[in-house]
Design a protein around this ligand. Structure first.
Ligand code: NAD
Length: 386
């Protein structure tokens, strides 16, 4: 478990047990209330692939931030994006001149939307440029990389968020509330599954992402860090954690059947795992590129609650022992960007559940899952202190 000493708890939250609020040192040094006064936070997207297009759509609906820059290795993409989003030439970078963004007062936040293996380098370069960072999931390809990213942001006195859109999505927030507030009593069991045979993100600008394409970086371990678990299973790790409000203490895991040995030569097609939590709950999870599934289920002492679909971009469907759930279908990317943007504008510390610490815990759990599947043994999870 990530153990916080009383001193570091106070440092991170600013709240003592007597209820006195202390302003955390990070924020007192920022003095950025004035910097952002009366304006939207200016965001630069790094890597103009499929998800960046969806985020760019989301950024057209945001109240607290706006798209103001891009970083791309493709001059022809830069041209299209410049025209479409009315971007100034001085806010368009490539991977070579990216570090000069440090001198650009018109970029406040850098959003890293690159293949997983590039997250660490660009997060650290963004931090060194003095910009707040949002990094897509999974945070990195190892827990060691996460630690380096957290440290770089700390050293640079900037904040680091992970693109966990479901922490702003009403159906998932309800699952979290029902679980953590023990509305149906303590949760004893969670099931989470996410799998797609062909991934077809339906952003207005987005081409479908097809896991059957042999050139897809997600099939290449060097760029992805792993298969379905790194890309999709991370949401199941997340969901079991936010429904229970705890981090798993041990896991067992098994690889599923491989239907295409050639495509899945480097990364797993399917993996199933079972987690034990400190309060006595268990979670049974699975993720796959070989079959379709998108569901969460929780069984508590006095009732159940569930979503299916649960994790994709919606619309979602949910029910509990009390009947159907009904919430608004929202633009998840806009909600996430505004949630983070508002806190940055207000010069507030980002909460742990969307910070680099959250991404680090997920990487520790995923490393343990791979370790358990590779060895066939139960693996106890030790979380580094940050
Ligand atoms: P993508 O392949 O569509 O885009 C990747 C971008 O990186 C492309 O513009 C590509 O040109 C650029 N790039 C730079 N160097 C590259 C290299 N060496 N190899 C391949 N591409 C390179 O990928 P994507 O689907 O946009 O995913 C990007 C990130 O966003 C991933 O970390 C992924 O997990 C995350 N993502 C998150 C969500 C979400 O819902 N939060 C959804 C999709 C993707």
């Amino acid at each position: 478990m990530m153990q916080l000493s009383r001193r570091s708890f106070i440092k991170q939250t600013g709240v003592t047990t007597a209820g006195i609020v202390i302003i955390p040192s990070l924020l007192s040094q920022h003095n950025s209330n004035k910097k952002y006064a009366g304006k939207k936070l200016n965001v630069a997207l790094v890597g103009l692939g499929r998800y960046a297009s969806i985020l760019a759509d989301g950024l057209q609906e945001t109240q607290y931030c706006q798209l103001n820059g891009i970083v791309t290795g493709h001059p022809e993409k830069a041209k299209v994006w410049k025209a479409k989003y009315n971007l100034a030439d001085k806010n368009i970078y490539n991977y070579e001149n990216f570090d000069a963004i440090a001198n650009n007062a018109d970029i406040d936040v850098i959003y890293v939307v690159l293949p997983n293996a590039m997250h660490k380098e660009y997060t650290i370069r963004a931090a060194k440029a003095g910009k707040h960072v949002i990094c897509e999931k999974p945070m990195a390809i190892s827990s060691q990389e996460c630690l380096e990213m957290i440290d770089a942001c700390k050293q640079a006195n900037v904040q680091l968020a992970i693109g966990y859109r479901l922490h702003y999505e009403p159906y998932n927030l309800e699952m979290k509330r029902l679980g953590q507030e023990k509305v149906f009593g303590p949760v004893r069991y969670v099931e989470a599954g996410l799998g797609y045979q062909t991934i077809n993100f339906e952003g207005a600008n987005s081409k479908p992402f097809d896991i059957n394409d042999p050139n897809e970086w997600r099939l290449n371990k060097r760029w992805s860090g792993g298969g379905a678990l790194m890309n999709l299973g991370v949401y199941c790790v997340q969901a079991s954690r936010y429904i229970l409000g705890e981090n798993p203490i041990s896991v067992t895991a098994q690889y599923g059947a491989v239907h295409d040995e050639k495509r899945f030569a480097q990364v797993e097609e399917t993996i199933l795992w079972q987690s034990q939590f400190p309060g006595g709950a268990s979670a049974n999870c699975n993720t796959s590129y070989g079959y379709n599934i998108d569901r969460l289920y929780a069984s508590a002492e006095n009732g159940f609650f569930e979503l299916s679909p649960a994790i994709s971009y919606g619309p979602f469907k949910g029910a509990s022992a009390n009947g159907e759930m009904h919430f608004a279908d929202i633009n998840q990317q806009a909600a996430q960007l505004d949630g983070i943007g508002k806190l940055l504008i207000e010069n507030k510390q980002l909460p742990d559940h969307i910070s680099g610490k959250e991404g680090l815990v997920d990487l520790c759990v995923m490393e343990a899952i791979y370790n358990a599947a590779n060895t066939g043994s139960k693996v106890n999870i030790v979380y580094p202190q940050v």
